[in-house]
Design a binder for this molecule. Structure first.
Ligand SMILES: C[S@@+](CC[C@H](N)C(=O)[O-])C[C@H]1O[C@@H](n2cnc3c(N)ncnc32)[C@H](O)[C@@H]1O
Length: 193
């Protein structure tokens, strides 16, 4: 799988633009999978295009942990979180390119979002394994990758990697300009870890 550079900060601003909702509406994409009270992780959250809508869906009984490796992305997200008065629901975390550093979340997460991030990750198997471990039994992971950066073949290989870890394919949601797959943790396969 071809590796990409990490998303520049200026692209982070573009991705956070409200105009993007015309093609990729967070509520439409997420509301089928995310419910009030859920504990969610937004991986590669950048400036929070999906993080704030996620927080509004899970509400005060739930929580959203937003993870990114770039400090500037997290700083901008924090400003938005404070302005939107969502700090009680959203936690922000920095990670490294080697690890999401989410061992403390083992078995706790109901839903994980990895939108337009996996193509930037070097060790995809490790990245997916960390998410797998953080998910609770039957927890779900939605992966969406930009068609402009990721070929159908590479997306297929990514799904195979996820299946080898133990994920099961639930569906292929239709998301504009994206390859997408909804995966579920399959505990029967967890011996593969
Ligand atoms: C193209 S942006 C997508 C942002 C957001 N998910 C969205 O769709 O608006 C990718 C983000 O993933 C982050 N990222 C790249 N590699 C990562 C990794 N290994 N772990 C966590 N975040 C990563 C980048 O810093 C960047 O903010």
């Amino acid at each position: 799988m071809a590796e990409e550079h990490v998303c520049p900060i200026w692209v982070g601003y573009l991705l956070a633009s409200p105009l993007r909702k015309m093609a990729q509406n967070p509520d439409k994409i997420l509301s089928k999978h995310v419910k009030p009270g859920m504990k969610v992780i937004d991986i590669g959250c950048a400036m929070g295009f999906f993080s704030l809508p996620l927080a509004r869906i899970v509400g005060t009984d739930g929580s959203v942990i937003c993870i990114d490796l770039q400090e500037k992305m997290i700083k901008m997200l924090k400003k938005k979180v404070d302005k939107a008065k969502l700090a009680d629901i959203i936690e922000t975390r920095m990670c490294t390119s080697d690890s999401l550093q989410i061992n403390d979340l083992s078995g706790q997460i109901d839903f994980a979002l990895a939108f337009a991030v996996v193509h930037e990750v070097q060790n995809k198997a490790k990245f997916l394994t960390e998410i797998y471990r953080a998910l609770q039994q039957d927890g779900k992971l939605l992966i969406a990758e930009p068609k402009g950066h990721v070929s159908k073949e590479n997306f297929g290989r990514l799904i195979e990697t996820a299946q080898n870890i133990g994920f099961e394919i639930i569906e292929h949601p239709v998301i504009k300009r994206s390859h997408a797959v909804l995966l579920q943790k399959n505990n029967r396969n967890s011996m593969k870890l």
